[in-house]
Structures are given as C-alpha cells and as structure tokens.
Design a binder for this molecule. Structure first.
Ligand code: GDP
Length: 443
C-alpha cells in the first residue's frame, strides 16, 4: 500500500504530542526532526523537506492557541494543512478549449504507464462527460506501442488515428483534421517515450506541441520512482511547459516522494492518479484528501464519491437501519459483498475508511476475490431460514453447509464467526461508537 511507512512514521511523530496539555519548543523540535526523517525516507526531495519543516515550525510556534483543539491536535492540523499545500491545495481539472476539440498531449518516459493512461482518460471522459474522444498514435518508433493503443481504443470503444509515416508532426496534423471532420470533442495524443530523457525526444515533443497547440500537456510519471519522478517532471516542464502531471502506480508500494515533491519542484499540479492496471483505475487528485490519507485519516471523501457513483442510496439507507437494529443477516451480507465488489478491490476500499488505514488488524486481512467466491458459496449453501437467522447454525448444519459448498468446516466456522464480529462492529459504528477504530492520533 502506498505511503504506508510514511503514514506510520508521521503518526508516530505526532502521537507523542497528543495528550500533552502544553507543548514546548523542544517538543516541536523533536517532532519536526522525526517528520523530517520520515519525509526523507519517503524519498521526498531534500529541499522540499527543508522548506516544509521550516513552515511547520513557524506555524506551530507562532500559532495562537485555539481553544477547541489541544496542542497536539493543533500540530496535526498544521501538518495536515501544510502537506495539503505542498501538493497544491485544490483539485485541478483539465483545461477545456473554447472550441472543440480540447487537445490533450500526453508525454512521459517509457514504462511509466503513458499509453494505459491515455485509455483511462478516454474512458473517463466518455463516462463523465459522454465525450467522443479521438486518440492519435504518435509513438511511431515502437510498432508495439501503436498496437497497444489500438487495443486499448477497442476496449474503451474510442477510435484511434494511426498513419504509416515517419513524421510525427504530420501524423498529428492529419489526426486533428480527422477529429475536425468527425467533430470529436477531445483529442488525446500519445507521444513517443524513451527510457531516459534525451535531446531528440525533447525536440520531437516540441515539434508536436507546435503543431497540436494543445490545451493540456500532461506528463505521466511513475510514483514508484519517487524523487526521480519529480526530477523528470522538472526537466519536462522546463522544456515543454507542461500543464500538469498524472501520477501512476499509486496502488503500488510507493513511498510518497513523487506525490509530495512534484508540485513544489515544478509548480505544476497533479491532475489524476493511476491506481491500478485496469482502465477504470484513474482518480482525480485531491491534495487535501491525499494529505488525510497520508496522516491516516482515511480518504473518506473519495470513498463517499465512489460509493455515490456505484451505490444505490436507498439500499444503503436500508442497510444502515438494519445495522442499527442488528437485524443484518446473510442475505444482506451477500448484497453488500456484491455492491462493494462493484466499487473496486476491497483492500483498497477498506484502507480509505478513517482509522482503518493503519489498523493493525487489517494488515492480516487479505481480501482476495477467490476468498469472496468461497464466502458466497458458503452462504448459498445455507437454507433461507439459516440466512435470515445465523443463530440456527449449529454444528450439524455447519457440516451440511461445508459439504454443500465444498469448503472445509473450519472455514465455514471462521466465516460465521467473522460475520458475527463484523455485524457487531457495524452495529456499534452505526450507533456512533467509534471506540476501537482509533487510528488518527489524538482521537
Ligand atoms: P508506457 O510505456 O508509458 O506507454 O507504459 P504502458 O502504458 O505500456 O504501461 C506500462 C505498465 O505499467 C503496464 O504493465 C501497465 O499495465 C502498468 N500500469 C500503468 N498504469 C498503472 C497503474 O496506475 N498501476 C499499476 N499497478 N500499473 C500500471
């Protein structure tokens, strides 16, 4: 999971401050040292770290005491606000052209996920705006890249303009003419990537830029490469004056350096993040939510937004009532599993819930899809009466269910036990009892 170490270390640094009635300069110095180390270890650029620590100290020492917060909480709030600022404060969206098409030029080094991201963006525009994008295949040096873009185009049902021509600027020009003819509202240009930045690449991209006059130049960088990604962004920005960045592979085990350094080093915003290999795995980047995620407050807003897209509000209301009344049964459980599965990989979702991100119990929770299939098989082997009333499940019934579902009895037992635990937990949460969910320092 991205940022795991950073989250843990920052929380540890801050936890020492909570519960203190008064915070001395020494306390702040100590916390600052730990925060500094945590950021450096997360591969954040050292100059960015230095500025950050300076601001935290200034703010923490100079701040008027707010009555509603204890001193530890105030420092957490400051760190949260500064982390947010470091990433740019607000979500930035694509720049739209006054006349169609809006032109997006995608640039980036090979292997960062550029071509995949072209597809993700096209799909997103289709879904969100009912747009009709045209993709232009401008990575002519690798035939495989053109085929890959064609395949992606087929998957998201978006046309791809290709041409057998060694002059990319010409291809782009003809592609744009095609878009005019077909009245496409967006054009996304996939450009050549190299393993490293070199002069011919930059010159070519400059030529494409001159021909395309793009409204957006988006640089795709790989979050796993940490500080290097931020350096790459700096160089591309100096040459091409990019409009923004898409940070891919945030679903991986990244340390956070890229997300935290890019804005400070380029002055350019991160617009989207890639959160997986599937073409639906693209999320708008919200600095405030990311800061909360890093500090372990979870990413409740993203979760809510996703839930709103995919989740039936009435259904949710019904379930919430059942949780309160403690009448949640196995039928509801299966419904929920299916609803939640629609929202995305489960472990990703769980981590977005406040307090869950660093819940040690979750570390061992390995939600894989095969497991869900087994769980479903077990529930489907229950009689309707058993599904409604889990208390009926005595040992002989459990043995029958095990035989029916083809799963071992121990697994059936474990599943029932987990179901009951989850139900009790949900019941407590729905009553507003958040004890045991403490994750945020100071909670
Ligand atoms: P390009 O050379 O920059 O065009 O890169 P590709 O689009 O071919 O992607 C390189 C690899 O990264 C492929 O295996 C993609 O599936 C993978 N990839 C792209 N974006 C993401 C992401 O957000 N998360 C993960 N885990 N993999 C990604």
């Amino acid at each position: 999971m991205a940022f795991e170490n950073l989250s843990e270390r920052l929380q540890k640094a801050l936890r020492n401050l909570t519960g203190k009635g008064k915070i001395s300069e020494e306390d702040i110095n100590k916390a600052s040292r730990e925060i500094r180390l945590a950021l450096l270890e997360a591969d954040v650029n050292f100059k960015v770290v230095k500025d950050f620590i300076k601001k935290i100290k200034q703010e923490a020492l100079g701040k008027e005491v707010q009555e509603s917060l204890n001193p530890g909480q105030q420092v957490i709030k400051i760190v949260n606000e500064e982390l947010t600022k470091m990433m740019g404060e607000e979500n930035v969206t694509l720049t739209k052209s006054k006349h169609i098409p809006t032109i997006i030029m995608m640039v980036g080094l090979q292997g960062t996920g550029k071509t995949t991201t072209v597809g993700k963006l096209a799909l997103r525009l289709k879904k969100q705006e009912h747009a009709r994008p045209l993709l232009i295949a401008g990575d002519i040096y690798r035939p495989a890249a053109i085929d890959q873009l064609k395949q992606i185009g087929e998957q998201v049902e978006v046309p791809v303009y290709t041409e057998d021509n060694q002059d990319v600027a010409e291809i782009v020009k003809h592609g744009l003419e095609e878009a005019d003819q077909h009245k496409n509202d967006y054009v996304i240009i996939d450009t050549a990537g190299r393993l490293e930045i070199d002069e011919p690449l930059m010159e070519e991209l400059e030529r494409v830029k001159a021909v395309a006059q793009p409204d957006n130049i988006l640089l795709v960088v790989d979050a796993m490469t940490g500080q290097v990604a931020a350096e790459v962004a700096k160089t591309f920005n100096e040459r091409l004056d990019i409009t923004g960045v898409i940070l891919t592979k945030l679903d991986g085990d990244t340390r956070g350096g890229a997300a935290l350094s890019i804005r400070a080093m380029t002055g350019k915003p991160i617009l989207f993040t890639g959160e997986g290999e599937k073409l639906t795995d693209l999320e708008p980047f919200h600095p405030d939510r990311m800061a909360s995620r890093i500090l372990g407050m979870g990413d409740m807003l993203t979760l809510i937004e996703r839930a709103q897209q995919d989740y039936d509000a009435k259904e949710a209301q019904k379930v919430a009532e059942k949780m309160r009344e403690n009448t949640f049964d196995f039928n509801d459980f299966i419904d929920q599993l299916e609803q939640v599965q629609k929202m995305g990989p489960l472990d990703q979702i769980m981590k977005m819930i406040p307090g869950m991100a660093n819940n040690p119990q979750l570390k061992n929770l390995n939600v894989d899809e095969a497991q869900i299939a087994h769980t479903k098989a077990i529930v489907y082997s229950m009689t309707p009466a058993e599904r409604e009333d889990p208390e009926l499940l005595n040992p002989s019934r459990r043995r029958r269910i095990a035989a029916g579902s083809g799963r071992p009895v121990v697994e059936v037992n474990r599943m029932i036990k987990q179901f009951k635990q989850a139900r009790d937990l949900m019941n407590q949460v729905s009553k507003g009892n958040m004890k045991g969910l403490s994750g945020l320092p100071g909670m």
